[in-house]
Write a protein that binds this ligand. Structure first.
Ligand SMILES: [Zn+2]
Length: 203
């Protein structure tokens, strides 16, 4: 389509913000503008397991790295010429799937904390665990609690694994479970849901 050349008789220039395809308005919207600029990719199935409003950001971040298989586990360190077995159980091959939760130490911690919530969803297999959480009703209290627990378990196991690598003191699975349980309780208290809130019964 040919555009007519600018003509002062048509009036003065005005600025408009693009809100969408063929949708220009005088008002600025940060979210609409961001939508125009960003590269859109399809939403990944696991996103709600990693990112949710009750999550602890540092736990979510480590969980995200785990889902993407970006933690520097033994199998990935080998590419840099380093040898690293599982420091929690002695297994030669330390992989993400081993740590979460094929490792007997990790599994004992996870199973002890989440078996009541996850029921048959409790499994050694990483993909099974993530799939199971993806399928649970997103807004259910049990689901939120299971996701909080999973992230707290991943975070604390990874920290424990790093501490062990640097020869720090041994922690029993019972001790670690208590630490994780407390971290989740603290988070729920900090959310300050009122008694009559739909998630008021989380604790
Ligand atoms: Zn292990």
């Amino acid at each position: 389509m040919a555009l007519a050349p600018p003509n002062p008789e048509s009036g003065t220039d005005i600025f408009l913000w693009k809100h969408g395809e063929d949708d220009y308005q005088a008002t600025f919207s940060a979210s609409k503008t961001w939508d125009q600029l960003r590269v859109k990719k399809p939403k990944v199935a696991w996103s709600r397991v990693v990112w949710f409003s009750q999550g602890v950001p540092r736990f979510s971040f480590i969980t995200w790295l785990t889902v993407k298989n970006r933690l520097s586990t033994g199998d990935r360190m080998r590419q840099r010429g380093l040898v690293q077995g599982c420091v929690l159980c002695g297994e030669r091959d330390e992989t993400k799937d081993h740590l979460f939760f094929a490792c007997p130490y990790s599994y004992t911690v996870w199973e002890g904390l989440a078996s009541r919530l996850m029921g048959r969803g409790i499994n050694l297999d990483w993909h099974w665990t993530i799939n199971c959480l993806q399928r649970l009703g997103e807004k259910r209290m049990d689901t939120i609690l299971a996701k909080m627990l999973l992230q707290s378990v991943i975070y604390h196991l990874w920290r424990k694994r790093n501490a062990r690598r640097h020869h720090q003191t041994w922690t029993t699975t019972d001790q670690l479970r208590r630490v994780i349980d407390k971290a989740v309780r603290n988070k729920i208290v900090s959310l300050r849901y009122k008694f009559d809130h739909k998630y008021g019964g989380l604790l």
